[in-house]
Write a protein that binds this ligand. Sequence first.
Ligand SMILES: Nc1ncnc2c1ncn2[C@@H]1O[C@H](COP(=O)(O)OP(=O)(O)OP(=O)(O)O)[C@@H](O)[C@H]1O
Length: 588
Amino acid sequence: MVLPHTPQKAQQLPRTEPDQLWSEPIDSPDYIPRHMKRSAASQFPILEVIQRLLYRLKPMPSGGNLENLLALIGLYQAIHPLYRLLQDLCIRAFTVQVTIPESDPIAKEVLAWMGSEVILTSRTRSAMLVTGGMQDANDNFHRHMMMARGPRIGIDKVDSEVLCLPPIGTRLFWIGFRPFIFSRRGGSSYRNNSVIAGNFVDDSGHLQNSLTIMTLGWSLKPLQDFTTLCHKFKIKNLTGTTTVYFAGGGSGDPYGEGWQSVSKAIRKLDTIDMDEDTKFDLIRDAEYYYSEQSRSFFADCGIPYRRGYLFHGPPGTGKSSFSAALAGHLGCDIYHINLATGSISDGGLHRLFLGLPRKCIVVIEDIDSAGIGREQAPSTTEAPPTAPTLSIGIEGMYGAGMPMHMPRQASGQGRRNMVTLSGLLNAIDGNASQEGRLLIMTSNNPDALDSALIRPGRIDKKVYFGNISTSAGKSIFKRLIGRSALAHDAAFTMAQIEQYASEFADKVPANNFTPAQVQNFLQGCRGDPHQALREIDAWVEENRSATGASGTSETSTSFMSHPAFDPIHGLLDNDSDLDSLMEGEGMA
Ligand SMILES: Nc1ncnc2c1ncn2[C@@H]1O[C@H](COP(=O)(O)OP(=O)(O)OP(=O)(O)O)[C@@H](O)[C@H]1O
C-alpha cells in the first residue's frame, strides 16, 4: 500500500538574529537602539564577525556539532590578532629587551650559558644539537662546558663533539625571582608583527640569526647583569684556553660579517723561541698596559688608552704564535683580521673594531700584503674595470706604481682590496674606535708600510722576528724531540738529549731557516732523536738548494743570531730546568 505522499514541512525553528542577542526591552536601562549597534558593527567589522560566530556557538536543539567546531575555529582566527596586539602592547609597556646578532661574541657567551645552565639543567624537551667545527665555530667552548656540566639528556650516547644549544624558539627561565624570556630566531623565521623577538638586519639588508633576551621592567640593567653573568661564566669555564676570533669576510662570506670564534688551548710563552730580553720586555709592557696604574695614567694624561706593536720578519718566525701566547698570558681574547682577503671594506673594518671588547689583543696580519702601502697621489694609471672603487693603496697594486716587494698574493688576479689607508687609520684610532685594545700588526716587509701607520702612538714597539739561531735550534729539538723521547723511551737520559740537541743545532746553519721550517722537519721525525740526526744533513742540503738559502740581510740582523742571544740560557743547566721548560709545552 502506497501511502499518499504528504510533503512534510521542514520544522522551522525560530532563529534568533544576532542583533537580538543583545536586545533589551525598550524600557531597559541597557537598551541600545538597533541602528547604533549596527553602526558600531559596521565601523569595526571584526566585531560583527565575532558577534556572528558567537551566535553560531549557541547550543542548538538539533545537531550543530560540526558547525560549532567551525565557529570555534573561526572565532579563534578572529580573536588571535587581537590577542597578539594586546600581548605586544603589554610587552612594549612592561618589558625591556636586547637583541644580539648571533655572530656577535656576546651571543656565543649567552648561548653557552643557556645551553649549560638552562637546557642541560631543566627537564627540557627540545635542544639544538650540533657537531663541532663548521656548524658553530665556538665548538670547543661549548664542548668544554658540556663536559664540565656532564651530559644530562642522553648526550653520552653520541659523539663527544655533539654540542647542546638552545633551539630556535622561545624559552622562559628565572634568575632568582626575575623571569627572563630567551628567544632564538633564524634569519628565515622573521615575523614582521612580533615584538617578542626582534630580528637583526645587517648593513647589507640581510636577516641575521639573532637572540633576544627580555625581562620585566623599564631598565636595561638586569639585562646588562645577565650578559655579564654569561661573560663571567665563559671566563670561569675557559681556564686553559684562549678564544680566537676571526673577522668574517662580509656579506658574501657564508659565515657573514662580524667575528667568528674558536677556542684553543693556551700556548705558553716559553714555547716561543726568541730573545729572552725582548720577550720579557714585551710581556712586562703588556702587563703594565693592562694594570690599574697605567689605566689611570692614560686617563690622567688624557692620552687615548691604546697600545700598538709591530712584529716584523720573514713568514714562519713566530709573530702570530707569540701574539697568541701573549693573549693567553694576559687572559684575554685575541682577534685576527686578515686584510689580504680583500673582502673587508673600510666600513666593515670600522664595525669590526667597534665590536671589540675593552680588553683584547687585535692582530692585523701581514699588513703589507694587504696592499695598503704608502698613500700615493692619485695615479693616472687606469684601474681595471672590475674594480671601480679602488682605494689609493690598491692603485699601486694594479698600476705601474705597484711596489716590487708586493707579495704575489697581494697582487692577486682580479682581487681588489677594499680597505684604504685612511679607513684603516680611522678604524684603529679614530674617535669612535674602542679603547683598551692592544693592537699587533704583523708584517713581512715593514718598509712597505706608510709611516703614518707605524708612527709613535699607533705603534709603540717594533720587534723583529728572525730565522732560527743555533741556540733556538737546540731549544726546538729539546721541545719537539727530547720531551717525547724521554717520556716514551726509558733508554734516553737527559744528558743524551742535551748532547743530541747540540749536535742537531750544529748541523742546522744559523739564520738560514725559519723556526716553522725546522719545526716541520722535526715533527716528521716523530720523537726519534736518531732519525732527526740521521736525516738533518740531507734535509738541510735539499732545503738550502730549494730556497737558495744563504742567509739574508734580515737574518744577519736577527736578534736570534746575536751572539748574546741564548733563548734557553739559564734554563737548561740541569734536568729540572728542562722539565720545567717542558712542562707547559706541546700545544700548537
Ligand atoms: N720563534 C718561534 N718559536 C717557536 N715556534 C715557532 C717560532 N716561529 C715559528 N714557530 C712555529 O712555526 C709555525 C708558524 O709560526 P707563526 O704563524 O707564528 O709565524 P709568523 O711569523 O706569524 O708567520 P706569518 O708571517 O706567515 O704569519 C707555528 O706552528 C709555530 O709553532
